[in-house]
Write a protein that binds this ligand. Structure first.
Ligand code: NAD
Length: 488
């Protein structure tokens, strides 16, 4: 079955159909129609898989995708067009251009936490760039996976785009095939498996991984600034798939003297946003499954970690719900501070000085996203230049995900490669260098037999424009000192 599907895709690609602008446009329009027509079904599937609120579903998945599709449709002609490249003046009567070309048949493996967004966002790039594609959604969000397999496919050309469902086993079977690109979103553990499989055919890969994303909170003096900071932190932790997001705030770094004020406000705003009984409000997603529920429960099992819980901590296993939870200064060697949390537990780590956060961040794997709440320009500059992360956002969180103009991707342990907007198109394209040379001009000193004079002329031509070269050749200008003289 898989063989036949893959043959279909390769045939489609080789027929040249997927390269046509009209095919790309019709598939992008199909994707947009699916999102518009099936909005309710998508929301329902996200509710079923993750208890995700409709507004979150629109904000983080449906809405961002429609926005990306509108941009891709508007920009497709421009993205596809070749771009003139400047050449050195010496290349007389030569022109050059950069021609974007599709890579071929590509594989997209996605994750369960934004099961529609993380599947379709890369697919938009793959299709816009003219590739044939297989999408393998996560088995851990089965309602969304099944919706993509059964409904999305009715909007698309199934000879050029296929959705193949399944878990680790099916994913590995897919990885055994030859691909022209593998785009993977998920854990570093599986990322390693993907990379090893890609080695066989030297397939290029993009790895969108996770890790611990810190939020540094400087002591802010205006009460408005503090309240806005707290609201943004709460939404970036508990209000984004209950913290099950690669760019959710994992933990907060704050000066000791400022911690209690921050905690007091976070508690207040949790209550304002989610009410006395957050579970009842149905605005917080639930944990994806029992396995992840137990994993999160175990993060709190350590005695010292338990003692650090100063708010929340209640868990309803039957309904896979975990209350927004705050921990202050859990041991740094505990799993809650060494592993990605991916859930609604928020450790707050206190420091003597806010500048110490730079060292704290640099001692750990490079984060996918770094958030810094500060008005201090020096601290902002230092954060940009002295730390390494996929992105850094000042005074907000998550926002960078929705920006089509910014590359989204990690560095170091948080992955490599980037996408969103035009970056998605580039990720799935090869940028071919095309040079067109005329026969009309030719320089004798390019060819052997080699003489010192030819070396000097070559050096002159690398260092001067036409006029300079002409003047040197006519003996009206002396070559500069760095041109070698002597014997050969
Ligand atoms: P995962 O690595 O377990 O699964 C991701 C995909 O890989 C799924 O489609 C799954 O079916 C497949 N898979 C699982 N085991 C496999 C195996 N042995 N061989 C081949 N394929 C296999 O990750 P997850 O639990 O879906 O996601 C959680 C992780 O993903 C977190 O670390 C999170 O930070 C990261 N993530 C990153 C981004 C990003 O954009 N950078 C987005 C979402 C999640």
């Amino acid at each position: 079955m898989m063989e036949r599907d893959l043959n279909d895709l390769r045939e489609s690609y080789e027929s040249g159909k997927t390269k046509e602008a009209s095919w790309r446009e019709s598939q992008l329009k199909g994707l947009r129609r699916f999102l518009m027509d099936k909005q309710q079904d998508i929301m329902q599937a996200l509710m079923q898989d993750l208890g995700k609120h409709q507004i979150e579903a629109f904000r983080d998945e449906i809405g961002t995708l429609i926005k990306t599709l509108n941009l891709a449709l508007k920009s497709l002609k421009d993205w596809m067009s070749s771009k003139k490249a400047a050449l050195p003046q010496l290349a007389l009567l030569t022109s050059a251009e950069i021609v974007p070309q599709p890579l071929g048949v590509v594989l997209i493996i996605s994750s369960w936490n934004f099961p529609i967004g993380l599947s379709l966002e890369p697919l938009i790039g793959a299709v816009a760039a003219g590739n044939a594609a297989v999408l393998k959604p996560s088995e851990l969000s089965p309602a969304c996976s099944s919706l993509l397999a059964s409904s999305l496919t009715t909007y698309l050309d199934n000879k050029g785009i296929k959705v193949m469902e399944g878990g680790a086993e099916e994913s590995q079977q897919l990885l055994e095939q030859r691909w022209d690109k593998i785009f993977f979103t998920g854990s570093a553990r599986v990322g390693r498996i993907v990379m090893s499989a890609a080695v066989k055919h030297l397939t290029p890969v993009t790895l969108e991984l996770g890790g611990k994303c810190p939020a540094v909170v400087d002591s802010l003096s205006s009460s408005w600034d503090i309240e806005v900071t707290v609201k943004r932190i709460i939404v970036a932790k508990y209000g984004t798939c209950a913290g099950q997001a690669c760019i959710a705030i994992d933990y907060v770094l704050v000066e000791k003297g400022y911690c209690s004020k921050l905690v007091q406000l976070i508690k207040l705003y949790i209550n304002k946003m989610f009410g006395d009984n957050p579970q009842k409000s149905k605005t917080i997603s639930r944990i994806v499954n029992k396995h992840h529920f137990s994993r999160l429960k175990n993060l709190l099992a350590d005695e010292k970690v338990k003692e650090s819980v100063i708010y929340g901590g209640s868990m309803d296993q039957d309904n896979l719900f975990i209350e927004p939870t705050i921990l202050v200064d859990p041991p740094l060697e505990a799993a809650v501070m060494s592993e990605e949390i991916f859930g609604p537990l928020l450790p707050i780590i206190t420091l003597e000085k806010i500048e110490d956060s730079i060292k704290f961040i640099n001692c750990r794997p490079k984060p996918l996203a770094l958030y810094v709440f500060t008005k201090n320009q020096t601290l902002q500059r230092r954060m940009i230049s002295e730390t390494s992360s996929g992105s850094v956002t000042f005074n907000d969180a998550i926002l960078q995900y929705a920006a089509d103009t910014l590359p989204f991707g990690g560095v170091g342990e948080s992955g490599f490669g980037m996408y969103h907007g035009k970056f998605s198109f580039d990720t799935f394209s090869h940028h071919k260098a095309v040079v067109r040379r005329s026969f009309l001009t030719d320089f004798w000193y390019r060819y052997p037999p080699w003489t010192l004079n030819k070396l000097q002329l070559l050096q002159v031509s690398y260092n001067y424009d036409y006029l300079g070269l002409l003047l040197v050749l006519l003996g009206l200008k002396r070559p500069s000192k760095h041109v070698i003289s002597g014997h050969m």
